[in-house]
Design a protein around this ligand. Structure first.
Ligand SMILES: Nc1ncnc2c1ncn2[C@@H]1O[C@H](COP(=O)(O)OP(=O)(O)OP(=O)(O)O)[C@@H](O)[C@H]1O
Ligand SMILES: [Mg+2]
Length: 638
């Protein structure tokens, strides 16, 4: 059948058919029932690579790849039975050895009498189509497995395809979404956004990384980053649009949290710094006022004024303590603390600071093991929570503040589900719950309660909970709150249990010492502190020697030797700081009694000091009697 030149339309019809066969892109071959090739068109030349001359007269098995030697025989057997083989996809080998994918249709050829005399073999090279199919399957798999929503839509915004990511991000199944308009996902406050996007797409402009809000099926609003692009056909005409959406709600939340944390950290640094300086000033005010009060005779009208100064200074000292606790700089002395006992002990004090309409109830377990903590801070924490509870109860109603203590074995699962964001170790925790029947809080308030200076109270400072949080963090604990408006509030504190229980702290009656002639070395860089301490100590019968920094202190101590009964040591000083001075003093005399005096330090530093054999600690600002009491304690102990 291999004709050569094109035929004119004046030729008989059969010749037209021959031309169609000859120029077909498919291979069209005829063969005998034994499989010998009879005719071979141009399509066969290009599909299989053999020329007419090379192919005609040879067996069709010529084209079989090694791994399917019997396929031609089987085909011929079916043809012999009068059956066709249609669109059979298989593999053939070209002349150059290359394997190609083909789709075969093989039919019997009959003579005028209807006898089968041979077979026609039509083959289409589907290698390229297969490759594209496979590529498309891979692409589809990528789209389907993507966590991003990948959607295609018409230029009018009707949804065409919807991947699994889209189901995840938007909550609709493919069946629910396909065919519906994309405006389905618009939140109520931005009704025109989709129309604007489509307008741009029709102009051929993509929308990239556009951060906006969409509504999920369940009504929830999510932050998304959208990239929407025009999809073009082979001629470049825009035929549809792709919409890729990533849920960035969590990322936005974390960003926000990070910004918030950074803000709070800088407030903490600022607050800590101010509180430290302020504390030193207060030491001067409190000290001098208390001295003046001791000097003035009973009945002097100035006494009342001085008492006012003392009361105000006390309140100011309370504020600086809250600030220092918040800044994580207030932790001084770590010792075993029995939380139940502590709540019990301070309940009297608490009772006096809450109004009569509030009933304070305690449910304390006696078997809660001790925690390693700074007792004054735990006290501050309890006070702050209980006072808040009491303040939440309206003045014209009766209400209850209930404090319970307990024990909680915390495991990984509990930490993950209940205390995300806390980096805690699993283990045993002492718990304190402070419940109140007060006004409760809405979501907005709850979101801000730990911010320093956030308050909803007329006279509030907004420092109570900030301090509580600082204290809990400093003790490697956790803090949880649950509250609803009108339903009261519960704060839960978890503090890690120490390896041992608290030692009894009762010291029993002690002989009254006579402090006269006892020499105290005061080392502090602040002049007002030195002067105040000197006046205070002298009033209580001590002799005082002053040093401006660690170096001077150590030199004086070397000179005075064992005449020094005790050293009152500041922590941060120029030339030589407290820590180094401590080491030198101990080196000169291992039995030296050193009382650390500071308003600003870190637990770590104290631990170092502790190892160095500190005898005591007094927090600035201190009153005359507190200082005398502290010195008496440590001198008696020897
Ligand atoms: N138990 C509670 N019930 C209801 N609201 C509370 C409770 N505890 C705290 N709050 C809310 O949290 C805010 C912050 O409390 P926080 O203790 O930090 O400051 P404050 O009590 O306002 O002032 P202060 O510094 O005097 O303690 C309160 O103003 C109040 O709105
Ligand atoms: Mg408070």
């Amino acid at each position: 059948m291999a004709t050569g030149t094109p035929q004119g339309f004046s030729e008989p019809p059969m010749t037209h058919l021959a031309a169609i066969v000859e120029f077909s892109e498919d291979a069209i071959i005829s063969k005998t029932l034994e499989g010998k090739i009879l005719t071979w068109n141009r399509g066969a030349e290009s599909v299989y690579g053999y020329t007419v001359a090379e192919a005609v007269g040879r067996p069709m098995t010529l084209l079989l790849p090694e791994d399917r030697p019997d396929e031609e025989a089987e085909i011929l057997e079916r043809i012999g039975k009068g059956q066709r083989v249609e669109h059979f996809e298989t593999v053939r080998r070209r002349k150059n050895g290359e394997l190609i994918d083909v789709s075969l249709t093989i039919s019997p050829i009959r003579d005028r009498g209807g006898f089968i005399v041979g077979a026609s073999h039509v083959a289409r090279d589907i290698t390229e189509r297969r490759r594209l199919d496979q590529q498309l399957r891979h692409l589809a798999a990528i789209v389907e497995s993507s966590a991003d929503a990948i959607i295609s839509k018409t230029l009018e915004g009707r949804i065409l395809t919807w991947n699994a990511g889209a189901e995840e991000v938007y909550g609709y199944t493919a069946a629910e979404a396909i065919g519906r308009p994309m405006t389905l996902l618009l939140p109520a406050d931005r009704p025109d956004e989709e129309a604007e996007i489509l307008e741009r797409i029709r102009r051929g402009q993509p929308v990239e990384h556009f951060e906006t809000v969409r509504r999920r099926k369940n009504g929830e609003l999510i932050d998304v980053s959208l990239t929407i692009s025009p999809v073009r056909d082979a001629t470049g005409r825009i035929m549809s649009a792709s919409h890729v959406a990533r849920d960035i709600t969590e990322r936005k939340r974390l960003d926000e949290q990070l910004r918030h944390t950074q803000k709070l950290e800088s407030i903490g640094v600022l607050a800590g710094g101010v509180a430290h300086d302020f504390n030193n000033l207060l030491t001067g005010i409190l000290g001098n006022a208390s001295l003046a009060l001791e000097i003035l005779p009973e009945g002097d009208p100035a006494r009342e004024l001085l008492q006012n100064v003392l009361d105000s200074s006390d309140r100011a000292a309370h504020l600086t303590r809250q600030l220092l606790a918040y800044a994580g700089q207030g932790q001084f002395v770590i010792e075993p603390v029995d939380v139940s006992r502590m709540v019990h002990e301070i309940s009297g004090l608490i009772q006096t600071s809450i109004p009569k309409n509030v009933h304070l109830k305690l449910e304390l377990r006696e078997d809660v093991p001790s925690i390693q903590a700074d007792p004054s801070q735990v006290q501050q924490l309890i006070m702050n929570l209980v006072v808040n509870g009491a303040e939440a109860i309206p003045a014209d109603e009766n209400g209850i503040v209930l404090v319970t203590s307990g024990l909680h074995e915390v495991d990984e699962g509990y930490l993950r589900d209940n205390l995300p964001g806390y980096d805690l170790a699993p283990g045993l925790y002492a718990t304190l719950h402070v419940h109140d029947t007060g006004c409760g809080m809405d979501e907005t308030t709850l979101g801000r309660i730990y911010d320093p200076f956030f308050t909803t109270k007329f006279m509030g400072r907004g420092l109570g909970l900030a301090a509580v949080q600082g204290i809990v963090r400093g003790h490697r604990g956790a803090l949880k709150v649950s509250s609803r408006p009108g339903k009261g509030t519960t704060f839960e504190v978890l503090l890690p249990v120490a390896g041992h229980t608290a030692a009894a702290s009762g010291t029993g009656p002690a002989p009254r010492p006579n402090p006269r002639d006892r020499l105290v070395l005061v080392i502090d860089d602040e002049e007002i502190i030195r002067r105040t301490a000197k006046s205070m100590l002298e009033r209580h019968g001590y002799t005082v020697v002053l040093a401006e920094n660690g170096q001077e202190g150590v030199d004086l101590f070397r000179a005075l030797g064992e005449r020094v009964s005790a050293v009152l040591l500041d922590m941060t000083m120029p030339v030589m700081g407290g820590q180094e001075a401590m080491g030198r003093l101990k080196a000169l005399d291992p039995t030296v009694k050193v009382v650390l005096s500071s308003g600003h330090t870190e637990a770590e530093a104290v631990r170092q000091f502790k190892g160095a054999g500190l005898s005591g600690f007094i927090q600035k600002p201190y009153s005359s009697s507190a200082l005398a009491e502290k010195l008496k304690q440590i001198l008696e102990a020897s």
